[in-house]
Design a binder for this molecule. Structure first.
Ligand SMILES: Cc1cc2nc3c(=O)[nH]c(=O)nc-3n(C[C@H](O)[C@H](O)[C@H](O)COP(=O)(O)OP(=O)(O)OC[C@H]3O[C@@H](n4cnc5c(N)ncnc54)[C@H](O)[C@@H]3O)c2cc1C
Length: 331
């Protein structure tokens, strides 16, 4: 057993902390913002449905036993076993311009081509699969409540200041400064939250065929999330929803047949995008394990990544226990 400090209390930090606690490690979470915060937490702004968007690498995200598949199995199990987790199973229909199985297709066990409309000017293929959806406010609070130690609110400036034999960095966009990693970039996303009347709350839809007109509908238990957009943004400037983008989203919704939308509010957040998720031990400071850069897929990958981090922590702890000098090795 090791004493581990996780930095970050978004979906990645809390899932990682829970996985480590379940393996018997002593876990302490430190975060500048947590589920009660109004800003600084991308996880609260998410539509939070299972779907790999703007995230890589393909070989670790996809596949039958990759991060997305393992997370999907965990969320599906939670949807069946514990309604208080805020996870439900929806049917997702995703439009594509290709009849080829999507790159993440193996991660879903029930993906199938539902329709092929080839009579129009451009062919449109509809893929259908079961997609677990989390209610962010419920799910994050549920995760936090499972931890034996409460989240400590603190901004961390340097890993050297953090206690614990092992430190796991789950700071998302905060890793630009904390891990000195300029490859993490902010990608702005905005949603319109609508009243649920008139929507089928079991059905989720997505269309990302046009990068400048991404569209999705994600029902929650009592409201519906309409999105979206993916626009490069300054990482230091907070995400604020604009009327112009909300109007665009509503126009796209009307074009898809959603006419009588009753808007409740708009919401925005910054996706922590990176060419690839960074999940590895730090080469220069082996006490630190990184787990950040989940782009538009943090909810889709959280548990698979958490299990891999737990594997790295277990290996570190085993190395210490097997150290013949009897002196704890530096992790
Ligand atoms: C509009 C929108 C819709 C989305 N929809 C989906 C979706 O449908 N499905 C999906 O899978 N994903 C979706 N995403 C992406 C998802 O929200 C992110 O991938 C995920 O929230 C990233 O989680 P995180 O824990 O890494 O980051 P965050 O939630 O931002 O958490 C980072 C944590 O680190 C802390 N932190 C940062 N720096 C420091 C520091 N120096 N010291 C201490 N603490 C620090 C913060 O306070 C916070 O607690 C969406 C995103 C947006 C914006």
């Amino acid at each position: 057993m090791a004493s581990v400090t996780v930095i970050g209390a978004g979906v990645i930090g809390l899932s990682t902390a829970l996985a480590l606690q379940q393996r018997g490690h002593r876990v302490h979470v430190i975060a500048a913002a947590s589920s009660g915060s109004t800003s600084g937490l991308t996880s609260l702004a998410a539509g939070a449905v299972w779907y790999p968007f703007k995230v890589g690498p393909v070989d670790r995200v996809g596949g039958r036993d990759g991060w997305a598949a393992r997370t999907r199995r965990w969320l599906t199990e939670l949807a069946h076993s514990d309604p208080s987790a805020g996870v439900d199973l929806l049917i997702r229909e995703e439009l594509s311009d290709s009849p080829a199985i999507p790159w993440w297709g193996d991660a879903s066990d029930d993906l199938r081509l539902q329709r092929a409309d080839t009579n129009g000017p451009v062919p449109v293929y509809t893929w259908r699969f079961t997609a677990p959806r989390c209610e962010p406010a419920i799910f994050l609070t549920w995760l936090e409540a499972l931890l034996h130690q409460p989240v400590e609110r603190q901004h961390v400036r340097s890993f050297a200041d953090v206690p614990g034999e092992i430190v796991v960095n789950c700071t998302g966009l905060g890793s630009r400064a904390l891990a000195n990693d300029a490859s993490v970039e902010a990608v702005f996303g905005q949603t319109v939250i609508a009243a649920s009347d008139g929507f089928d709350l079991s059905l989720c839809a997505g269309d990302e065929r046009f990068a400048d007109a991404v569209f999705y509908v994600i029902p929650r238990r009592n409201e519906v999330v309409l999105g979206g957009c993916a626009i490069p943004h300054d990482a230091e400037t907070p995400a604020v929803p604009t009327d112009e983008i909300s109007a665009d989203i509503l126009a796209r919704a009307r074009a898809k047949g959603f006419h009588a939308v009753r808007v409740v509010r708009s919401s925005a957040g910054l996706r922590p995008c990176r060419p690839e998720v960074r999940l590895e031990r730090d080469l220069h400071d082996p006490r630190v394990i990184h787990n950040y850069g989940h782009g538009g897929g943090g909810y889709t990958l959280a548990w698979g990544c958490a299990l891999d981090v737990a594997g790295l922590v277990d290996a570190s702890a085993a190395g210490r226990i097997g150290n013949s000098t009897g002196v704890p090795a530096k992790f």
